[in-house]
Design a protein around this ligand. Structure first.
Ligand SMILES: NC(=O)C1=CN([C@@H]2O[C@H](COP(=O)(O)OP(=O)(O)OC[C@H]3O[C@@H](n4cnc5c(N)ncnc54)[C@H](O)[C@@H]3O)[C@@H](O)[C@H]2O)[C@@H](O)CC1
Ligand SMILES: [K+]
Length: 503
């Protein structure tokens, strides 16, 4: 499965390497790219009354010349509008030479009802906002509401960051080649792309591999081999023991959501660690989850020493007072020789944000221990103010920089959750849904990740799998979802997932 995500720069290197290694030349790749675009027009718009193909001066335009030629030869009414001539000696120049359609200047283009637009103005080479004629045309097409098929990327969109650099085409379908780019999956780019189709143009997996991309789409193939598969002779504690810290009596629900999610993810035992004042309310609500009284850091330490939990969750509903900060200091220290993963969310992140450098210095990420931070946008901004404010970085690059500075795995949540580790490996989640924008949803995510990591899944893979399962559970429930519904959807999602997986 093609999981790599390539930056436009990496894609350029892939193109050059593929051409160098052969057998396909640059123009052969372009002919395949243009044919893939024409194919999508046939499939999605078989009855198009008119097709306006807009070609820019680079190789993106080259794809447009090829697509226009094929569509016209198939009997469509095609009009070709060009913004400058292709560079001499480029593949696009060959494509333009092979195209017998009459070229009309882009400035004379007017959107006509009933038509569709093929946007081949700029793709991977976009360096700055659309200007002049290209910008005016993007505005006109947007106002006319014509369906747009974008070649590689909607013109105006950064393939690197997913940001609209200025006025940007809004596509019904985007056809890209070989692999997705970050801008296809990161918002707002994902919304500008419409339906995203990746077409093979003859670039081999080996060539892509040689580039060594460290960014992946978060699909099961990325982590399924590491997914916990308990042996027949397992018992409850060897299936992972997760400890979840509860806060005071007014805010216990969040920790219980995490605990239930950890249990539903397959952890053999889950203990809710409750301050004395919350014991009664927690007891009323728990059945299979173990309840243990924790009155301060010494009790927490005793639990860690005696029970040796394989994963911990701290933060959901924890509170942010000094007592909780002291408790957290006990929880994150990697004093134990046992393997342990600590997932920190919500109030734990608020505590850490008060003195990030101190806390980050205490996080260990080695073979035996890992800290996973799961900030949403606001929490990310408080934890990593400089990285967050750096406009030159995409969400992907911000997550990577944060992971490095916090010696932690970062799950930078949002509609396009990015998971990154300090070595630069990163995954972009692509199955998000607005259904997850509901109170308590993050608490469930922390619990799923801890549940998987607690069963021995590598922390980065557990974080990726957790984000995927979380969204899949939401899709499976559908509208009306509240956070309580998510853990109970996991059995169905897991059954489907594990059925697909090779024995
Ligand atoms: N042989 C190849 O290299 C292949 C390239 N392919 C296509 O080639 C595209 C990349 O081609 P290019 O690198 O030529 O890049 P583009 O065609 O995206 O851009 C062309 C040039 O326009 C200039 N430019 C950038 N932003 C501008 C702006 N806002 N206003 C005016 N000029 C601007 C830049 O100098 C840039 O190099 C891909 O997106 C893909 O569609 C595909 O055909 C596959 C094969
Ligand atoms: K384009």
């Amino acid at each position: 499965m093609a999981l790599e995500i390539l930056t436009p720069q990496e894609m350029g290197r892939v193109d050059r390497l593929a051409i160098k290694q052969g057998p396909l030349s640059g123009i052969a790749l372009m002919e395949r790219a243009g044919a893939a675009v024409a194919d999508i027009v046939f499939e999605r718009f078989p009855d198009a009354g008119r097709i306006d193909v807009l070609c820019g001066p680079g190789n993106n335009g080259g794809d447009g010349y090829v697509a226009a030629t094929i569509l016209a030869a198939s009997g469509y009414h095609v009009a070709l509008w060009t913004d400058g001539d292709p560079r001499a000696g480029s593949d696009a120049e060959i494509a333009a030479r092979n195209c017998i359609l009459k070229r009309q200047p882009l400035e004379q283009y007017q959107p006509l009802p009933g038509g569709i637009v093929v946007d081949a103005l700029y793709g991977a080479g976009l360096e700055r906002p659309l200007q002049g004629t290209a910008r005016a045309v993007a505005e006109k097409v947007g106002a006319a509401g014509l369906p747009v098929v974008a070649v590689d990327l909607p013109s105006g969109l950064s393939g690197l960051s997913g940001e609209a650099l200025g006025t940007t085409f809004r596509a019904a379908v985007t056809v890209t080649f070989a692999r997705k780019k970050p801008g296809h999956l990161l918002y707002p780019g994902r919304a500008f792309c419409g339906e995203l189709v990746v077409r093979d143009i003859g670039i081999s997996d080996a060539v892509v591999k040689e580039i060594g991309s460290q960014t992946f789409e978060n699909l099961p193939a990325l982590w399924i081999d590491d997914f916990p598969r308990p042996p027949a002779d397992t018992y409850k504690y060897s299936r992972g023991h997760v400890g979840v810290f509860s806060g005071g009596p007014a805010a216990t629900g969040a920790a219980r959501l995490s605990a239930m999610a950890a249990a539903r993810s397959g952890a053999g035992a889950v203990t809710l660690l409750s301050p004395p004042a919350s014991l009664a309310v927690n007891a009323v609500h728990l059945t299979s989850i173990i309840l243990r009284r924790i009155d301060g850091p010494d009790d927490a330490q005793a639990f860690l020493d005696q029970r040796k939990p394989s994963a911990l969750v701290a933060g959901p509903g924890l509170g942010t007072d000094n007592d909780m900060a002291a408790l957290l200091a006990t929880v994150v220290q990697p004093a134990s020789a046992a393997r342990r993963v600590v997932v920190l969310d919500a109030d734990a992140l608020t505590i850490i944000a008060q003195e990030p450098a101190k806390w980050f210095g205490s996080f260990a990420l080695d073979g035996a221990h890992a800290t996973i931070l799961t900030p949403h946008e606001g929490e990310f901004g408080r934890l990593f103010p400089e990285i967050h404010a750096d406009k030159s970085l995409s969400k992907l690059e911000k997550a990577r920089a944060a992971a490095k500075s916090a010696h932690s795995i970062i799950v930078y949540k949002g509609p396009d959750t990015v998971i990154a580790n300090p070595e630069g490996r990163a995954a972009i989640n692509s199955n998000g849904t607005p259904l997850l924008a509901t109170a308590g949803s993050g608490d469930v995510l922390s619990g799923i990740i801890a549940g998987l990591a607690g069963q021995g899944m590598s922390p980065f893979e557990a974080a990726c799998a957790g984000a995927w399962l979380h969204a899949e559970a939401a899709h499976t429930f559908g509208p009306g979802l509240i956070a309580e519904d998510l853990p109970s959807m996991l059995p169905r999602v897991l059954t489907r997932l594990l059925r697909q997986r090779a024995p």
